[in-house]
Structure formats: C-alpha cells, structure tokens
Design a protein around this ligand. Structure first.
Ligand SMILES: N[C@@H](CCC[C@H](N)C(=O)O)C(=O)O
Length: 280
C-alpha cells in the first residue's frame, strides 16, 4: 500500500508530514526508526526534508507530533513544524510533543504558537567549571560566551557582529558535537540590530544549516532578553524570513509566523527496503 504524505515548510525549513492518525496509514506505515526517517529525509534518494513529522493520536492533546531530524534522530521540539501542523489542522490545536504540550492558533498574522517556558540549563556548565570537572573551553575560535536556552530542545546562542560572516558550515558541526553538550546542541549565531530586532542563522542539530529554526528564534530572543539586549517582543530575521517572538510576563514564549503546504504525494515503503505493513 502506498503511504500519503504532505510536504510543508515554515520559512523554508521543510518537512515531510505523515498523518498516522489515519488508521489505514498507521497500519501500513512501518515502525518509524532512525534509518527509515533518514531515508525519507534524504534529498537525493528520498522525499527530502529537514525534519520528518509523524502525527499520532494523543490523550493529552488533540494529537501528538513526533519529530525526526534529517539524520534520523528523534527530538523534543520544532517550532516551524508546530506552525505547519497547526496550519494543517486548520483550527486551534493542543499538540503533544516530547518537549511538552504546545498550543497552535491560526491568526491573521500567521500561525501563533505558545511554545512553553524556557529553561536556562547553562548554569550547569559554570558549575562544572567551578568543580573543575569540565573538559572543554566555552569558546570556539571567535564564538565565545554563549547563553544556553532550552525551549524543549537545547540551543547555544552566540551574539556576534555579523552572523553571515561566521563560517557555520565548519563551526556548526564542531560545536553541535562538542562533548560539553551531552545531547548535542542547536547552534545559533545572532546579531542585535535594534531593541526589537535580531538577525539569526542556525546550524541545527541533526539537520545542519537550515533557512529558519523556530525554536532557535525563540531561544535566541529569550537569551537576548535575559541579557537585557532587547525588549520582550522582537522580530527575528532568518535567511528564510521573519518570525515575531514575544516572551510574555507569565513566562510563556509566543512565536507567530507563516507556514505553507508545498504539495502532497505518496510513496511505497518497499522502495525504502521495508515491506508495507511490516512491524519492523
Ligand atoms: N527546525 C526546528 C528544530 C528541529 C529540531 C532541532 N534540529 C533539534 O535537534 O533540536 C525548529 O523550527 O524549531
């Protein structure tokens, strides 16, 4: 049996969405593992995407969203995909993720998502320094003094003069896989251009340089607010376009921006070496 998919993107950060709420599709879909997710995400031999999104039934929310990076790793959060599935749903949705329950609402300005409250895990790193248990420096060449913000998934943010002057293709993977980040990390380089504006590029954990990263925009905005560099509402400009990020007084981060459906299609799992309906 062929399996239907929807190809979507948020500011050019692109997704293959499989809707396993549909019982026929759920039955035909092989168990999702890293190898299968990576095969579908491959831009040369698969459908191609930055993240594979699997929608499943949920007791906690309207549905559950599972997120797989292009390298097959399953992760906790994806801001752009949350807007994309919010668009697909077409009405306010409570979306269960590994990173928490998120609320997506269609508005005139795009899809607005309550992304939850940030955690500042960086405190753990200076503690390691104080106890002299660290092994790595907090600087990677010219990238120094990052702030780490967890918005369901982990981000390290470096404030620089010009994000486009940073050699992300080289430094991104170096920092992503540095042992100082046991779960690897999304690497953000950002410039503050006004009290309400940030320019950002993101090397995504498990996906590389993407045109936009919703959680990266949230983490960077909140990191900049925590350092007193910007006000509580900012526009974040990424290579693929702009997101509005607000850190409300109640602690909730709200991200608003566009989402787009590109096309629909179907594939045969046999082409990925997996017999249809196989439990493996
Ligand atoms: N593109 C995403 C983030 C996807 C997950 C990330 N690469 C990770 O490994 O945490 C977004 O829009 O937030």
């Amino acid at each position: 049996m062929r399996i239907d998919f929807t190809k979507m993107h948020g500011l050019g950060n692109d997704f293959v969405v499989l809707d396993a709420r549909n019982p026929a599709l759920a039955q035909a879909l092989p168990a999702m593992d890293a190898a299968f997710a990576a095969a579908l995400a491959d831009r040369h031999t698969g459908i191609g995407c930055d993240q594979l999104i699997l929608l499943e039934p949920s007791r906690a929310g309207d549905f559950r969203m599972r997120i797989f990076n292009a390298d097959g790793s399953e992760v906790e959060a994806c801001g752009n995909a949350t807007r994309a599935v919010g668009l697909l749903h077409g009405a306010p949705a409570r979306i269960e993720t590994l990173g928490g329950l998120l609320c997506a609402t269609p508005t005139n300005a795009g899809i607005s998502v309550e992304m939850g409250q940030p955690r500042f895990d960086w405190d753990a790193i200076p503690l390691a320094y104080a106890m002299d248990t660290h092994t790595m420096p907090l600087a990677w060449e010219d990238l120094t003094n990052p702030i780490a913000v967890n918005v369901g998934n982990p981000h390290a943010i470096f404030f620089v003069a010009d994000p486009y002057a940073v050699d992300m293709a080289r430094l991104g993977p170096l920092i992503e896989t540095d042992p100082v980040f046991p779960e690897r990390v999304n690497v953000n380089v950002a410039a503050i251009t006004a009290r309400d504006a940030i320019t950002l590029r993101v090397w995504e954990r498990g996906a590389g340089l993407t045109r936009a990263c919703g959680t990266g925009a949230c983490a960077t905005a909140v990191g900049a607010m925590k350092r007193g560099l910007v006000e509580r509402a900012v526009t974040v400009s990424l290579p693929g376009g702009e997101l509005a990020i607000e850190w409300r007084e109640d602690g909730e981060i709200v991200m608003t921006g566009p989402a787009t459906e590109s096309f629909r299609g179907s594939f045969d799992p046999v082409d990925y070496g997996i017999p249809a309906g196989s439990p493996d």
